[in-house]
Write a protein that binds this ligand. Structure first.
Ligand SMILES: Cc1cc2nc3c(=O)[nH]c(=O)nc-3n(C[C@H](O)[C@H](O)[C@H](O)COP(=O)(O)OP(=O)(O)OC[C@H]3O[C@@H](n4cnc5c(N)ncnc54)[C@H](O)[C@@H]3O)c2cc1C
Length: 365
């Protein structure tokens, strides 16, 4: 099986061995057995957040294709929240569509994100002011350190901006995810993203009908090539190729005033004081950090939408500066070359390192 057939970038060489796993037991047995004999393994969902090398993948690739959305019993005596258990191979878009039709809130602004539910916690998917962490309560995993199936409460994943412990290297396969959703007369969670609020004609912090939020998000995303569409060549990507850089306030002050920036939370974590002990003095003030716009930095380092290097078949999307697209027959090497070029331009213009968002398999920047 060529991985270019399983990835949204349509890039990637042959898998040495391939298993399409429609049962949880099959996922577990394949990965455990490979791990036991030292065979490399890779789990794949929708292939929408990976750049796979042209030489292919050693060992076994397990495509997670388990399906199912199940409503869990309500906690005794309470009506809410709605709790769902979703199998890892269920497409994320199918889940969002289902929840919005049912009138349940919590993931409506994540409409249109490709990929599987099992991969959603890996980088804590987020968009339009919402992220998975707000709704995820637990995951069931195959924990490769213990070799056991386990339920991890969401905090164990340490979900952050496009990251989790699994993305950082903890060896686990997500088998299912548990979500807690709201049920407030088919109204959304407060809208937090200015462009979405504008599209809906509401103020930031207001709620709106769920179906309206989903439609507005899908339309905004389509205008940026950010929904998979066989008729849109600008959607042959892995979504945003770079994360928004987070830098110190002091460094951000050295950037042009026009560079967009958003202050990050700086509150020190609450600390428990043992009974009878004197509270320790407060820690020294931590300097704040700010998130920058990777798209602004790329554009202002001179790289326009549609840009490509010479005859390369990898290009910047014509609809969104942050997405790199395969314009037809591009190799992983071409994609990586373009990404490195962009990193170099942004570094030399602004001194900022851009970090890639997708997971690299058999290819390096
Ligand atoms: C057009 C487009 C738009 C996008 N927009 C967004 C966006 O708005 N916000 C956003 O956050 N992301 C976005 N993405 C990125 C991507 O859709 C998400 O990261 C998605 O969650 C990836 O799911 P997947 O099943 O395709 O993962 P894959 O690409 O198959 O895998 C990604 C990583 O997760 C691992 N993985 C997959 N399944 C499992 C599992 N069950 N257990 C453990 N590890 C697993 C893989 O090994 C790999 O390391 C976009 C991508 C595209 C192509």
């Amino acid at each position: 099986m060529r991985l270019s057939e399983l990835t949204t970038l349509r890039i990637g060489g042959e898998a040495e061995r391939f298993v399409d796993a429609t049962e949880t037991d099959e996922i577990m047995q394949t990965v455990l057995e490979a791990d036991r004999v030292g065979e490399p393994w890779l789990v794949l969902g929708g292939g929408s957040n990976v750049l796979v090398g042209d030489d292919g993948v050693e060992g076994v690739v397990v495509r997670v294709a388990t399906r199912g959305i199940e409503r869990l019993p309500d906690a005794a005596g309470s009506r809410r929240p709605i709790r769902l258990r979703v199998q890892a191979g269920e497409p994320w878009e199918a889940l969002v569509d289902h929840t919005v039709r049912q009138g349940w809130s919590g993931v409506e602004a994540l409409s249109g994100i490709p990929g599987s539910c099992g991969a959603a916690p890996i980088q804590n998917i987020g968009a339009y002011g919402q992220e998975l962490a707000e709704s995820l309560i637990a995951v069931e995993v195959l924990d490769l350190d213990s070799g056991e199936r386990a339920t991890w409460p969401a905090p164990l994943l340490e979900l952050g901006y496009r990251t989790s412990t699994i993305k950082q290297g903890r060896r686990a396969v997500v088998l299912s995810i548990d979500l807690a959703l709201g049920d407030e007369d088919a109204r959304s969670r407060p809208v937090r993203y200015a462009q979405l609020a504008d599209a809906l004609g509401v103020e930031i912090g207001d709620s709106a009908p769920l179906k309206g939020v989903r439609a507005a998000v899908l339309s905004l995303r389509a205008s940026k090539g950010m929904v998979l569409d066989p008729d849109d060549p600008d959607s042959v990507s892995a979504g945003s190729f770079f994360t928004n850089p987070i830098v110190s306030e002091a460094f951000a002050r050295t950037l042009p005033a026009a560079a967009p920036r958003w202050a990050q939370q700086t509150e020190a974590p609450a600390r428990a004081v043992p009974l009878g002990a004197e509270p320790a003095p407060p820690p020294p003030a931590v300097e704040g950090t700010v998130k920058l716009s990777a798209a602004w930095l790329i554009e202002h380092s001179g790289i326009r939408r549609g840009f490509c290097l010479g005859a390369s078949r990898a290009a910047v999307s014509r609809k969104h500066t942050l997405a790199l697209v395969n314009t037809g027959g591009a190799t992983a090497a071409e994609l990586a070359e373009l990404a490195r070029y962009i990193q170099t331009r942004v570094m030399s213009e602004f001194g900022v390192v851009l970090h890639p968002e997708p997971v690299f398999v058999g290819v390096e920047l």
